[in-house]
Design a protein around this ligand. Structure first.
Ligand SMILES: [Zn+2]
Length: 221
């Protein structure tokens, strides 16, 4: 009795298995994929698909100056999935960069806070007493500059990071800081954050007068 029940179950299993094999081996129509996912195409991936907020529009204007072409910024969490560089991301298709960057929301918040209080870095640096808010500002400005360098078409991380620190004074000024404060922010970033970055982001040529010094006659960085 018991054995006949087992056979019934086994028989049902065989029928299901055969049905699955038959489905898998059925040719799809014309050999084409059943669905075409346009969201995977570069033409779709390279542009932003959400209107910019007021802050994003302002940051996009600044990124466009650094990138030397019209680009956009979106403040979005992009951490789902694989490990990416901290702070922001720019997609590449070969050597071609996308037309926008995604910046982590907390970095955008730090940039907004900097816009509200852009002064004081040169003074605190002279006194040797800059608080964490100032270091956070320097980091956030550098992230925006770094992703803007990628948008300029620079894929190499060490080159992008070195150019980024040199763009910090210009970005800081565009967001309301004085020339002196802008240079102080870049100097803080170079002195304290840069040596702690992963090796891929550093280069011995990133120094005053080095091969990656974009304006050897100006103050470094
Ligand atoms: Zn990068």
């Amino acid at each position: 009795m018991g054995s006949s029940v087992q056979w019934k179950h086994l028989g049902a299993g065989v029928v299901i298995l055969l049905a699955v094999v038959a489905l898998r081996t059925l040719p799809s129509e014309g050999g084409q994929p059943l669905r075409h996912d346009h969201t995977k195409e570069w033409g779709y991936v390279k542009v932003a698909h959400r209107p910019a907020s007021e802050l994003e529009r302002r940051l996009g204007e600044i990124a466009s100056v650094v990138a030397r072409r019209p680009v956009q910024v979106r403040c979005e969490d992009f951490s789902a999935g694989k490990a990416l560089e901290p702070g922001g991301v720019v997609q590449f298709n070969g050597e071609q960069s996308a037309d926008f960057t995604r910046i982590r929301p907390d970095v955008c918040t730090a940039l907004l806070q900097f816009m509200r209080r852009p002064a004081g870095t040169a003074a605190c640096a002279r006194a040797g007493s800059c608080d964490s808010r100032v270091l956070r500002s320097a980091d956030a400005l550098t992230v925006l500059a770094h992703e803007s360098s990628h948008l300029e078409g620079i894929r190499n991380e060490a080159v992008a990071q070195c150019y980024a620190m040199q763009a910090v004074p210009r970005i800081a000024r565009a967001l309301g800081a004085s020339t002196e404060d802008g240079h102080a922010l870049a100097s803080l970033e170079y002195a304290f954050a840069y040596p702690r970055m992963p090796p891929a982001y550093r280069s011995p040529d990133c120094r005053s007068g080095g091969a990656l010094d974009r304006s050897p006659r100006a103050d470094w960085p």
